[in-house]
Each structure stands twice: as C-alpha cells, then as structure tokens.
Ligand binder design. Structure first.
Ligand SMILES: Cc1cc2nc3c(=O)[nH]c(=O)nc-3n(C[C@H](O)[C@H](O)[C@H](O)COP(=O)(O)OP(=O)(O)OC[C@H]3O[C@@H](n4cnc5c(N)ncnc54)[C@H](O)[C@@H]3O)c2cc1C
Length: 703
C-alpha cells in the first residue's frame, strides 16, 4: 500500500522554486492528504520486494549462498563496478570485488581512502565469537540487535549479520588488525550497551582506524594489481540511468572542478550516514547525504529517514560558534558510572557531593542493564534529568560520567596481582589509573584536551548528541536499492539496526556488507549482465546527466546572495534538533516542515558562494551538500510525523508509557517506511511490513 504525504498546511509549498534537481520531473501538485491518524496495518507495497529467501531463519543465508547464480572468472574480467565510498563498507567491498576479478573504480571525496569517516570509530566491533564463554551465540547477537532496534528491523538480514560477524574478526586478524588481547593471547572483549555479554572486539579507542587500515591495505593491494582504479578527491553528483538501470555516475574532480562521466555495470553507494543534517554531530565534517539523495531523486526509495541515533556520551555543546561535537566512546560506560546530584541546581564540585546525595539514575531505573542500557534509553534518561533541573556544569545540560569507583576497583585488583599487601589509597589510585589509561587512555586525553579538565580526577561531563543514522537508502536482502543495478552498503543503507543501533554494530554491518554479503548477492544481478558491453560515456544519458549537474553548480554559484552556506546549515540544524531531535511531537514537526521549506526558498535566493566552479572551491562543495540536507530534513520530519508511535531513537512525546518509555504501536506501524521522491517537497510512502517469525516483539525492557 502506498499513501501520499501532504504539503505543510501553510501555502509555502507553491512559492518555493524547486532547486534544479538533476533529471527530476516537475514537482507534482502539493495538495494530497496525510495518512489518517491510526492508519491501518501495513500492507506490502508492490514496488518493494525484500527478496528474503525462503526457509528457516538460521538456514536462509547458507541456502541462498549455495544457490545464488555465479559469474565465471572470465566474465568477471569484463564487468565494471563503481564503488562510491572508501570507508569500511566501500573499501571492503571494492577490495573483495576486485579480488574476485571484477574491474572496480572506487571514489572518495577525501584526499585518501584512509581519511573516510570510519577512521573516527572508537569503541569496537561486535562479533558472536563467545570467546568469553559468557553465553554468547549467533542467536543471542541476532536477538539483542532485533530487540535493541525496537523490533523495526528485518529478521533475515539481522540473522545473516550475526552469522557473518564471526568471519569479520578472522578476516581482520588475518589482515593484521591489532585487536586488544588478553594475557594468554586470545582476543579481548568488552561490553557495549543493550547486551549482557562481552562481545565487543577493540583496538584501544581507535578500532575504526585500525579496521580501516586493514581494509585500506586490502584495497591498495588491488590498486597495485591494477584491479581497482582509485579516484580520491572526486565527488559523485549524479547517477546515470539507461533503460531503467543504473549505468554510471557523474563525478566532480574537486581539485580542478571538472565533471567526469564513469560507466559501470553496477554502482555501489557506500557513502556513509547523514547525521550532519543536524549541523552539530559527532560525524566527520565532510559526511553528507548527497550521493544517497541524488540516488533518491533517481528512484531509490529512502528507508526510515527519521530514525536518528542520539549518542548519550558526548562532550556537551559549549557555545554558538561550535561546529563539531565530540563523542566519548560508549566503551566508557563499561566502567564509568553515570549520575547527577539528587538536589536540583547543585553547584558543588562533584567530588564534594557525598555518595548518598548522588542519583545514579540509570542504575536506579534499569537495574538489569544499569549503565549499559542502549543508547536511546540512556540519552532520554539524561535529557529527562536535565530537563527536570538536575543537570550539571554551566549549561546545566550535562550529567557526570565518573571513573572514581573504577579506578579504585582496578587499583585494588592490580595491587593484589602485584602482591602488595594493604596498599594505601594513593597506591591503589595510581595502579587503578594505570589500568584505566591502558583501556581508555586516548579517550581520556582527548577529553582533557577539549575541556581542560582531567577526567582521572574530576568526573567527565557528558550530554547526548547526534551520532548515527539508522535511516538510509532502502535495500532488499541483496543490498540492491529500488533502482536496478544500484546498491547501498554500510551506514548509507537503511541498515539492519531498526529504530536504534546497538554500540559497535555499525562497523560490524559495514564490513559484513562489504566483505561477506555483496560479493555473493551482486552475482544474482551481474550474472544477467555478462552480455552487456561497456556503454560509451558519449551516450545521451551521460551527456544529459552531466549537463544537469553543471546547471545546478552554475545556478548555485551565480546566486551571489548575502548569506554564507554555514548560515543555512546552522539554521537547518537548529530546526532539526529542536523539532526532530531527541523528542518529537506533531506540532513541532509540522512547524519544522514549514520552516525548512522557507529555508529552502531562502537558500536558493540568497546563498553566497565565493569563487568559481571550475577550481577547488570548498564553499561550492558545501553548498551542494547543504542544499541536499535541506531537502532531506523535510523528508525526515515528514517521516517522523507519519510514524505515530515511539520506537528506538524516534521518540514521540505523544506516544510514551506512564514511566516515560517509548510506546510502539505494532498493530499499525510494524513496517519499514520507504519513501519515493515525487519532486521537490513531495514524497510518496511505501510500506514494507515486518514479519517476525522467530522473535516475539514485546515492550522493550532493560529493567
Ligand atoms: C565518533 C564516532 C565513533 C564511532 N565509533 C563506532 C564504534 O566504536 N563502533 C561502531 O560500530 N561504530 C562506530 N561509529 C559508527 C561508524 O563509525 C560508522 O557508522 C561507519 O564507520 C560508517 O562507515 P561507512 O563505510 O558506511 O561510511 P564512511 O566511513 O562515512 O565512508 C563514507 C565514504 O563515502 C565517501 N563519499 C561520501 N559521499 C560521496 C560522494 N558524493 N562522492 C564520492 N565519495 C563519497 C567518503 O569519501 C567516504 O570514503 C562511530 C561513529 C562516530 C561518528
């Protein structure tokens, strides 16, 4: 079933000149009705085929792999694949496909694949290895992920993810990724939120960096062998469609400003998440939605755009001139205790606040999981305490993350190991700090550098911040979007995390997609493409797509308005954070839709971009990305408005339980919302029903 979403009630829609959308049709009339409140249960849209294989859950992937058509080695050599993105998803996919024998072109906008945002990942990567012998299994990882996502993910995909998680670790170890090890040599594990086992593999607080170096080495090996052509400092700005199939991309050489046409039998978008739509987020400054948004305009449906992850442990906002927020890894919740004073507006030094005057609110509210509740739950609980007047620091929008107990505990254990009888308090502290430094030293150093406070001595101040987007391009079981021949991997797809991702599961998903899923699933499509000769980039579809991109760039740079690109980005971010952030309600979302439409109109009338288009021009790059963020922001609010329930990171104030937990409405909203672009500001909703055959959805409880 599909239903149209309406324009905002005020007549803004008609006044907004549509930006020169690449290859878009004229926007349809903006007068259709919203889905009625309490819409009926989801029926499958005829345009969505999730291609979930038949058979028992635990056998689907094995059976699929055994039967999926293959492309023989000789034919692989004549098939060209474009991989956009060189983060963990892109680098692993490009390296694996080239290793299989395909001809691969890989693109990234940074000056090296090594600078992809994945490098920022700190805490770790999950895998169901059960090295700790603490009761883990493939099923438990599957179950935790489904429950953590608040029952809004596909069972078959998540089970496959849990299955291949174990292979990822072996692959990375073989590449030389220096995971932390126990004394006996086994790989070490720690816990992340939403689990009661230790299954997170890590390399100090630099897991993403080490994993990316592994994937990058594999990629560079293929570059050296001539199987991958690497295009750094290139930005994909449109897709090329021929006879209903994706056949290439238009990319801009960011150094010269020149547009280029590239053919591919298939195109993989591994272009990361869109958290920067909020302006302030923990994402790398360059992370953006442009590639996914251009694909959306070419027919790829956008899945669950409103599902955003707000991470509970970030350094709080300090002022208006800030352009970045810093994550303090979730791994810190393994040992750190989160609290606020029991007294409102307590301005005492935290070290002077006695134990019985502290509220360890996560341990109080969620005794079973304590400080390791999932991110959505921890974030909301922090907001609730701060909103109620118990926040700390100058802004009062912060809570404490305290290591005093952990230092004492580790110090006592270490003293025992060293056979120090009756150690004094100072010795215990010194030894404890050493252990903590070994586990989290780089994170503590980062905190001190940014705040000027020593977290070994004073509790850290933290507050939730935008971190990850569960939404993204809708893909089927094979990771293909609704556009034939176009795939999406990693954070760019709507992913396996439902409405809330568990910590350390993004790296797992990105690498699962790239190393272990796409090498198989792409065969189903490419085995039918072996007779297709490379299409000349003189083809009229390439010419038209390039012309469209050039026109957009020219139009943007010629506006010569009065406001900077950042002005618009910040304005958008404020709207999104206030109305579509940690808490959402219908009035606010409707207000946001109106405001975003007005902002879009102002952008295309008054943005100022210095310089010219045919040279290195960072403002022009940013402008294109912000223009896409503005359109995406509207869709996120539209999606949040139609989902009249709370689930995971999507918290609707008008749908909560008596004790403030998210209240789902499975009877009406047990579906993936997949949005079709129908012209600027107009979107059509399609529903993919979620069928739970193995797990029984229930009210999520971490108590
Ligand atoms: C601070 C931080 C810490 C994190 N820590 C963890 C953690 O401990 N564990 C965990 O599991 N997850 C973590 N995450 C999440 C995780 O890092 C990301 O979800 C994951 O790395 C995304 O990988 P990716 O390959 O999908 O995308 P990215 O790494 O973002 O790569 C995107 C690639 O696409 C390219 N690209 C984008 N658009 C274009 C375009 N138009 N043209 C050409 N190229 C383009 C970029 O150049 C880049 O190469 C963390 C996230 C943050 C922000």
């Amino acid at each position: 079933m599909s239903s149209k979403f309406p324009p905002p009630p005020v007549g803004l829609g008609s006044k907004v000149p549509p930006p020169p959308a690449v290859g878009s049709k004229p926007p349809p009339a903006l007068g259709s009705k919203p889905p009625a409140p309490g819409a009926p249960p989801a029926a499958a849209s005829s345009k969505l085929d999730s291609k979930i294989p038949p058979g028992p859950l635990g056998e689907k992937w094995t059976t699929y792999r055994s039967k999926v058509p293959l492309v023989n080695p000789a034919n692989k050599r004549s098939i060209e694949i474009i991989v956009v993105g060189s983060g963990l998803a892109g680098a692993s996919a490009a390296a694996s496909l080239a290793e299989l024998g395909y001809k691969v072109k890989c693109f990234c906008f940074q000056d090296s694949p090594r600078r992809a945002h994945s490098i920022a990942a700190q805490g770790g990567i999950n895998a169901a290895k059960n090295y700790q012998n603490d009761g883990d299994s493939v099923f438990r990882l599957f179950y935790d992920t489904i429950k953590g996502g608040d029952y809004r993910a596909r069972e078959a995909n998540v089970h496959r993810l849990a299955e291949v998680s174990v292979n990822i670790i072996d692959q990375c170890v073989a590449q030389g990724v220096p995971f932390a090890r126990e004394y006996g040599g086994l790989l070490a594990n720690r816990s992340f939120g939403g689990t009661q086992v230790q299954r997170t593999f890590y390399a100090a607080g630099q897991t993403g960096q080490q994993l990316l170096l592994g994937a990058y080495s594999a990629l560079q090996r293929q570059v050296g062998l001539g199987s991958v052509a690497m295009y750094a400092r290139h930005e994909m700005l449109d897709l090329v469609m021929i006879d209903g199939k994706c056949r290439g991309i238009i990319a801009r050489d960011l150094i010269t400003g020149k547009l280029e046409r590239h053919f591919g039998h298939a195109v993989l978008l591994c272009t990361g998440g869109y958290g920067n739509v909020f302006f302030l987020s923990t994402n790398a400054m360059g992370s953006n939605v442009t590639a996914a948004w251009k694909a959306h305009k070419r027919g790829a449906f956008f899945g669950n755009p409103c599902y955003t992850q707000i991470h509970p442990t970030c350094i709080p906002v300090s002022g208006d001139h800030q352009s970045k927020l810093t994550l303090m890894s979730e791994s810190l919740r393994n040992d750190g205790r989160i609290w606020v004073p029991k007294k409102q507006n307590d301005t005492r030094d935290p070290r002077q606040i006695p134990e019985d005057e502290r509220d360890y609110y996560l341990e109080r509210r969620y005794p079973a999981f304590g400080n390791l509740v999932p991110r959505d739950v921890a974030s909301r609980a922090a907001k609730e305490r701060c909103d109620a007047g118990f926040g700390v620091g100058t802004s009062k929008m912060a809570v404490y993350l305290d290591y005093a107990d952990a230092i004492k505990r580790y110090g006592t254990t270490k003293a025992k190991q060293l056979n120090i009888a009756n150690p004094d308090a100072e010795t215990v502290r010194r030894l404890g700090k050493e252990v903590v430094a070994e586990k989290y030293g780089n994170l503590f150093a980062m905190y001190e550098k940014i705040t000027g406070e020593n977290p070994y001595e004073v509790p850290m101040r933290i507050y939730p911040a935008v971190h990850y987007t569960m939404g993204g391009l809708w893909v089927d079981y094979e990771l293909m979007t609704t556009v034939q021949g176009l795939y999406a991997l990693g954070e760019a797809n709507f992913s396996d995390h439902g409405a809330n991702r568990l910590g350390a599961s993004a790296l797992m998903q990105g690498l699962a997609d790239g190393y272990f899923v796409i090498p198989y699933t792409i065969g189903n499509y490419l085995s039918n493409e072996i007779r297709v000769k490379p299409i000349s980039t003189d083809h009229e579809a390439f010419v038209a797509a390039e012309r469209g991109v050039q026109e957009t760039l020219d139009r943007m740079i010629n506006i010569k308005g009065s406001k900077s690109v950042d002005h618009f980005h910040k304005a958008l971010g404020k709207i999104m954070w206030n109305e579509c952030g940690m808490a959402r309600n219908p009035q606010g979302l409707q207000r946001a839709i109106n405001d975003i439409r007005a902002l879009r109109e102002e952008f295309w009338r008054d943005v100022r971009i210095p310089g010219v288009a045919n040279e290195l021009n960072l403002e022009l790059e940013k402008a294109g990305r912000v223009a896409d963020f503005i359109e995406l922001g509207e869709l996120m609010c539209v999606d949040a408005l139609q989902r009249e329930e709370s689930c995971g990171g999507h918290f609707r104030e008008d749908h909560q339980t008596e004790d403030g937990e998210a209240q789902r409405h499975d009877d009406k909203f047990m579906y993936v919302a997949a949005w079709e672009h129908k012209g600027t500001g107009s979107f059509q909703l399609h529903k993919e029903p979620l069928n739970y055959e193995v797990v029984k959805p229930s009210q999520r409880s971490y108590k």
